[in-house]
Design a protein around this ligand. Structure first.
Ligand SMILES: Cc1ncc(COP(=O)(O)O)c(C=O)c1O
Length: 363
């Protein structure tokens, strides 16, 4: 067996210990004689797992009992429509800070339900985004029902390094690509959501954490599977939940807790990002970072080589060295190293050595 160093942007690397535990339990989970995929979601074993994952999520985030944890399906993309469906309509307005493709996708859906205003739109000519706005640049709409932003821009390689002050409006964050990468000010938000397939486990489950005062304001009369209230009232088991994805989510949460929680994630992820950006900045222009320096993402590190041919050679040579999924997003080109939690500091040290060697041979 040969495991590679995996810089995939999502679905992404999962901690080896988690995969090994899932493998060991595949045929006989908790003495049931079945895998977790083969038992009833109404049974006591699955029920315990489901609630353990909700409690662990709350515990790791430092959220109190006022936070309700929902397990939804349809990815973060379905939250782009569920959120406005639950809170807009009847001429209501909402603020969306636009910092990348995923913010734009959220805005597109929200416009189906209400008037959308932008406290800042960071899009440059050609659909490019390089930077995160400063707090002083945000111009809020006093009539907005809530303020939505994307904490980390997976494609653009930019990330908020502060929590926007929304002047008392409910603050909502799409945290799909940096959740649990470090401690965050979760309690300054009214709702956060994240597709699991980057830092939390496999695709198939999307975690929504919503404070009960904000939940109370959600609409009542909605299609059942679109209603936050129904999800909460039924503990996210109105219908069959994505049991296997939630099982892996639970194992990943246990792994985070066992390995020092979010403080340790911060220490490791900070060391990782510093090593890669120092290599980019110290390359004399051979590697050029895409994002503005103070907006750089810790999770998705985008850079370009002197030509598209060298970008391509980098991807090919890296793969031969056991370092995979380094190709940049199709509209961005270049290289993207997605350094989620399951990518270790050692993986990054090996990669940085490869980057230096590649420059020496091709620079
Ligand atoms: C920040 C962000 N939001 C939303 C999405 C869409 O997520 P999903 O594919 O789960 O719908 C992604 C996917 O990469 C993302 O990175």
């Amino acid at each position: 067996m040969k495991r590679v160093i995996n810089f995939a942007a999502g679905p992404a690397a999962i901690p080896l210990e988690v995969l090994e535990q899932a493998q060991a339990e595949m045929l006989d989970w908790k003495g049931t004689g079945c895998s977790v995929m083969e038992v009833s979601h109404r049974g006591k074993e699955y029920d315990a797992l489901h609630h353990e994952a909700m409690d662990l999520f709350r515990e790791i985030a430092g959220m109190g009992p006022e936070w309700k944890i929902l397990f939804t399906t349809g990815g973060a993309s379905t939250q782009f429509l569920m959120l406005p469906m639950n809170y807009l309509g009847d001429g209501k307005e909402a603020d969306y800070i636009s910092t990348g493709n995923w913010s734009k996708a959220a805005i597109k859906e929200a416009k189906r339900f209400g008037t959308i205003t932008m406290p800042a739109n960071m899009e440059l000519e050609g659909g490019v985004f390089h930077a995160i706005p400063k707090q002083s640049e945000l111009k809020f709409n006093p009539k907005a029902e809530y303020v939505h932003y994307t904490t980390n821009n997976t494609i653009m390689g930019t990330e908020f390094h502060y929590t926007p002050d929304a002047h008392g409006k409910p603050l909502i964050a799409d945290m799909s690509s940096d959740i649990f990468s470090r401690p965050m000010e979760f309690n300054k938000h009214s709702m956060i959501y994240a597709g699991a397939q980057k830092n939390l486990g496999p695709s198939g489950v999307t975690v929504v954490a919503i404070k009960e005062d904000f939940l109370a304001k959600a609409k009542e009369d909605l299609p059942t599977m679109m209603s936050y209230k129904i999800f909460n009232e039924h503990d996210s088991m109105f219908n069959t939940p994505p049991c296997f994805s939630i099982y892996i989510l639970d194992l990943v949460l246990q792994w985070i807790k066992k390995n020092g929680g979010l403080e340790e994630r911060q220490r490791v992820n900070d060391a990782k990002q510093k090593l890669i950006y120092a290599t980019v900045d110290g390359s004399g222009g051979f590697y050029k970072g895409s994002a503005e320096k103070d907006s750089r993402s810790w999770m998705n590190i985008d850079f370009k080589l002197p030509s598209p041919e060298l970008d391509e050679k980098f991807v090919k040579d890296a793969k031969a060295a056991g370092i995979v999924q380094t190709k940049g997003y199709r509209t961005m080109g270049g290289i993207r190293l997605s350094c989620y939690n399951a990518v270790s500091l050692k993986d990054v040290e090996t990669t940085v050595a490869f980057m230096k060697d590649f420059q020496q041979k091709n620079g």
